[in-house]
Design a protein. Structure first.
Length: 196
């Protein structure tokens, strides 16, 4: 059992090492963080969605923006589209599960906002529908996926593809990337920034 535990930790480290040494992924994270800073400085918000563990990640990231990350500062507007059971069940019942996030973006998203769609496969139908709404409404979109990128890579403005096929490794890296973005946004808006 100890060997299994070590292997799980080692696999997680290996995936993160691949990210650390992938200049394309690092640049995409930088671009996503910079875009978040830009939209927040313009008075806009982030909207975040995913399914299952990715729903938990959406809520986690939104919570870091709204509450705090490294230090006390004003709240940053962010909405996880995975939390309101009345809205989710109404849309699911009236329009179908695939429309869960698209309908919310139609109602609450405005031009200049930023949507983060999280899907380990890159093929979650409700995330794909949401990304199509982003195109129509002028909402910048960032996708978090696994190494294939799935169908979402064609719909996102930026698609950050974690170099793994294993869902746990992908999800562990998604929250790492989310944390990095939160830290950069917080520092750029309320700290000393990274210009120096």
């Amino acid at each position: 059992m100890k060997d299994y535990i070590k292997r799980q930790i080692s696999d997680s480290l290996e995936t993160k090492q691949k990210i650390l040494f992938n200049e394309t992924i690092l640049e995409q994270i930088r671009q996503a963080a910079s875009k978040c800073v830009e939209i927040y400085k313009n008075g806009n918000k982030t909207l975040i969605a995913g399914n299952g563990g990715s729903a938990a990640d959406a809520q986690h990231i939104a919570g870091e923006f709204v509450s705090r990350f490294y230090f006390d500062r004003p709240g940053i507007p962010s909405i996880a589209l995975t939390t309101d059971t009345s809205i989710l069940t109404a849309i699911g019942n009236d329009y179908g599960y695939e429309r869960l996030f698209a309908r919310q973006l139609e109602a609450n998203g405005v031009k200049g906002d930023l949507f983060i769609g999280i899907s380990t496969s890159g093929n979650s139908a409700n995330i794909l529908d949401a990304l199509k709404v982003c195109k129509i409404k002028g909402i910048f979109s960032v996708g978090f996926s696994g190494e294939s990128g799935g169908k979402m890579q064609e719909l996102c403005d930026i698609c950050i593809k974690v170099p793994s096929k294993e869902t746990p490794r992908i999800q562990e890296s998604h929250i790492l990337i989310g944390h990095i973005i939160c830290a950069i946004v917080e520092e750029e808006i309320f700290g000393k920034g990274f210009a120096n």
